[in-house]
Design a protein around this ligand. Structure first.
Ligand code: ZN
Ligand code: ZN
Ligand code: ZN
Length: 214
């Protein structure tokens, strides 16, 4: 039986079956840490390795990989937009004596994810059928999911497409997420000579009435 590659990786939580143990388990948990198995001091809650189902990955590892692969291109694009905006703000400000501009945590996360992501070939099933590919896939997945958790994409203001402004009747409303104008959602009219501004609740009522008319 081929077992999930995480059972053969340094400093990674191995995928095991709960309450099922190796015949040589002594009841205490061990972890492969920097090339050696060391006791963690905790009781073993299951050390029988999970079976590999997709190449050298178990099913949950494969599902997490697919999740990460599906979301990360969009996340990378969104995060680069953030970085570019920051760089633009600094443009033209040159100080010879000042300390270097520190690399932001977002940029570090982007760099780390990218350093794994750029090695991923088109053919994922073939890639994860090898030990080397499988290890890389697990490291990429851990880095990508952690980065997306710590640096979520921010919601940007965007036009409202289907609902007319209740004051001027034009399709010019804009949805402003919290943090844009204060800490609540507001919906404002973008037409120059109209100053309509709606709370989320009021906007939802207007949208609902319009929807019923259609
Ligand atoms: Zn055990
Ligand atoms: Zn696994
Ligand atoms: Zn208006």
């Amino acid at each position: 039986m081929i077992v999930c590659i995480t059972n053969d990786m340094d400093n990674v939580r191995p995928c095991t079956v709960k309450d099922q143990h190796h015949e040589n388990c002594d009841g205490w948990e061990t972890r492969l840490t920097d090339g050696k198995y060391i006791y963690t001091g905790k009781e073993c809650t299951g050390c029988l390795p999970r079976r590999a189902r997709h190449g050298v990955l178990c099913r949950p590892c494969f599902e997490k990989l697919e999740d990460a692969l599906g979301k990360i291109p969009h996340w990378l694009r969104a995060m680069r937009g953030v970085e570019r905006a920051v760089q633009r703000d600094n443009a033209g400000v040159r100080s010879k004596a000042g300390p270097p501009i520190p690399i932001s945590p977002t940029q570090l996360a982007v760099d780390e994810v990218w350093s794994w992501y750029r090695h991923i070939p088109e053919n994922v099933p073939v890639w994860i059928s090898t030990g080397e590919g499988g290890r890389l896939a697990v490291r990429f997945t851990l880095a990508a999911l952690a980065a997306m958790r710590s640096h979520p994409e921010k919601e940007h203001p965007h036009p409202v497409r289907r609902t007319r402004c209740p004051e001027c009747g034009r399709l010019q409303l804009q949805w402003n997420p919290p943090g844009y104008f204060g800490d609540r959602v507001t919906v404002t009219c973008q037409y120059d000579d109209c100053d309509a501004e709606l709370e989320q609740g009021a906007f939802e009522k207007v949208a609902e009435i319009e929807e019923r008319h259609r």
